[in-house]
Design a protein around this ligand. Structure first.
Ligand code: ADP
Length: 428
């Protein structure tokens, strides 16, 4: 049958781990069979070539600029070697960056490497309340600079005008694809992009006030080899051509029957609510940072021994690091925020390994940093992306010690209050 492809269409570079799972979920929803790589692999991994899209998840959002550029270029070269046709640089829908980057420098480096003249920057994700108007980013009904992002510890966003934010991080002039052009007759947006590109403008912010704008942006940018933005736009990509009708659906993954566990290392309001709900239904145990400080090995060994006695295929065990905000504040005051966070991340990562060694086959992990720590402790290099456990949170499959395991890795703010007790239902 003609039309068979032995290489992916899309190669994506995500600037953090749950950003990678988020765009991977969007691509699967759009019909692309998707593999997520954890970091840049040294050589092509088996799950890569038969995917329609490959996402490389980096940890480059807050890295020093040179390091972020080097890692992103290494990812691009890997994806190019796999045969990817088009490329996507994925960053957060709130344009999270430091004053020196890394969205501008990475985008410019990718354009140069690909020999492309221009690209769009489309962070909007209207379903999550992120919109852009006249280059200004809104979070729900507030300007970005008036949202909670202004207090972010690593990437405080104090200027809502993305043209200014980007110009400060870039060597190139910044242009705008404004909302009225998106609403003009078909072809106007593409003509506008061509005009700006002809003027030498390489970085073009795309307005988006609602989902109805995203297909317009998508059609106007089909000629571009590099797209940059959040995962909102990815949901509107046309599905890949299928060579044969028998090809399996995009979210088909191997499912591992067996006991499940929840590891909650996020202390966001959403996750604390999910933990409170789950404590009413699931066997649960807390790993407080103070205990981890006093006796890390003993605390972890006891928790694992307790968990082994409670393993059950239908009811997951829950290990969590806090019940309420006050737990976190206490730990941060006595140990310092960095030390407390590191203790919890290390402990939950060790627990993940201990649980899988004890026969657990499904892990639900809450927290972006926590998920990154778990995946790296398990030595997982690639994950196949499956059905959504919640919006933006895919189930995945991976191989651990020769066995298939399923993981759902969620960023702290995602999922409904009953996520921990119901997530497994979406895997059936
Ligand atoms: P989110 O996705 O909500 O940001 P992360 O896992 O990225 O979640 O970040 C949460 C951080 O909080 C992690 O570094 C984790 O180790 C830390 N943490 C978890 N529990 C506690 C606690 N009880 N005290 C202090 N820090 C904690």
């Amino acid at each position: 049958m003609s039309g068979h492809r032995d290489h992916p269409i899309w190669g994506c570079i995500a600037d953090d781990f749950t950003g990678g799972t988020d765009i991977a979920a969007a691509l699967v929803a759009a019909g692309f069979r998707t593999t997520l790589m954890v970091g840049v692999p040294e050589r092509p991994l088996p799950r890569a070539r038969d995917a329609d899209a490959v996402v490389v998840a980096l940890k480059s959002r807050t890295a020093p600029r040179q390091q972020a550029v080097a890692a992103s270029l290494a990812a691009l070269r890997h994806l190019t070697a796999l045969g990817c046709e088009r490329f996507w640089f994925k960053y957060c829908s709130t344009f999270d960056s430091t004053s020196e980057g890394n969205i501008g420098p990475v985008t410019e480096a990718l354009l140069d490497e690909l020999g492309e003249r221009s690209t769009v920057l489309c962070p909007a994700y209207p379903d999550n309340g992120r919109t852009v108007y006249q280059g200004h980013l809104f979070v729900a009904d507030s300007l970005l600079s008036e949202s909670s992002m202004r207090h972010h510890p690593l990437t405080p966003m104090t200027d809502p005008d993305l043209r200014r934010v980007l110009a400060a991080q870039s060597t190139q002039p910044v242009g705008l694809l404004p909302h009225p052009v998106l609403r003009a007759p078909e072809g106007a947006a593409r003509a506008h992009l061509d005009r700006l590109t002809a003027q030498g403008i390489r970085l073009i912010i795309a307005d988006t006030t609602g989902n109805e704008d995203l297909p317009v942006v998508e059609r106007a940018t089909r000629h571009l080899r590099l797209i940059t933005g959040g995962s909102g736009l990815a949901r509107f990509l046309p599905p890949p051509p299928r060579a044969a009708a028998a090809r399996s659906p995009a979210d088909r993954i191997e499912i591992a029957p067996g006991p499940a566990a929840v590891l909650a290392g996020s202390v966001s309001a959403t996750t604390l609510g999910q933990t409170a709900h789950a404590r009413r239904y699931l066997p649960h145990r807390k790993l407080p940072p103070a205990h981890l400080r006093a006796d890390p090995a003993g605390t972890i060994a006891e928790a694992l021994a307790w968990a082994r006695d409670h393993l059950d295929p239908s009811v997951p065990v829950l290990l969590h690091s806090a019940e309420e905000r006050a737990d976190v504040e206490r730990a941060q005051q006595s140990l310092g925020a960095t030390e407390a966070a590191a203790l919890v991340e290390r402990a939950l990562a060790d627990c993940a390994r201990g649980l899988l060694d004890a026969g657990v086959r499904r892990l639900i992990v809450a927290g972006g940093e926590t998920s990154g720590a778990v995946v790296s402790a398990l030595g997982l290099r690639s994950l196949r992306i499956g059905p959504a456990a919640a919006p933006g949170v895919p189930w995945t499959s991976a191989t651990y010690a020769g066995q298939t395991v399923n993981l759902a890795l969620k960023s702290g703010n995602f999922g409904a209050p009953d996520f921990f007790t119901t997530a497994q239902e979406t895997l059936k």
